[in-house]
Design a protein around this ligand. Structure first.
Ligand code: FE
Length: 166
């Protein structure tokens, strides 16, 4: 298969893998502990915890305006956590300057910490990225990232919390 086509398939391969793990009867002790670690809150609780912008993005799949977030032009050493539940999502080593106006990463800290969904809203076919622990919307994946992954994880600043390297 042509290399570029193979790269395009990666997010969808992850989706199928995730679906397989969630099939009834396929659970194990490991799966149970992952389920117990889930953060589940009511809409009211999320509204209280998050800022209005964070709530709009993370619970209602909104998008911050480009070039307005605090991390789009920010390149300190450290890692980025989910602003809603604290799960680690990205390392600063994978962050790159894309010029698109949102924080851009070439790979996640771990595929386990993200979930991927086909998003056909706004007349586009995109892959949506959510936090696997609290299901918060984070952003989308595009196929115009740098090697070796060729992917660009385009993430809202408001969905992230930066933690500096010690
Ligand atoms: Fe989260």
């Amino acid at each position: 298969m042509h290399m570029k086509n193979y790269i395009l398939l990666i997010p969808f391969m992850v989706i199928f893998n995730t679906c397989a793990q969630n099939e009834p009867g396929n659970s194990s002790i490991t799966d149970q502990s992952e389920v117990m670690d889930k953060v589940i809150k009511t809409e009211e609780e999320w509204r209280e915890q998050l800022s209005p912008l964070q709530y709009k993005i993370m619970r209602k799949k909104g998008t911050e305006r480009p070039f307005t977030g605090k991390y789009y032009d920010f390149f300190e050493k450290g890692h980025y956590e989910c602003a809603a539940c604290g799960q680690i999502l990205f390392d600063s080593n994978s962050k790159f300057h894309s010029g698109c106006g949102w924080p851009s990463f070439s790979e996640p800290f771990s595929n386990k910490n993200l979930n991927f969904h086909k998003d056909t809203s706004h007349g586009m076919i995109r892959t949506e990225v959510t936090c696997s622990r609290c299901d918060a919307h984070l952003g989308h994946i595009f196929n115009d990232g740098p090697p070796p992954t060729g992917l660009r994880y385009c993430i809202n600043s408001a969905a992230l919390k930066f933690v500096p390297q010690k």
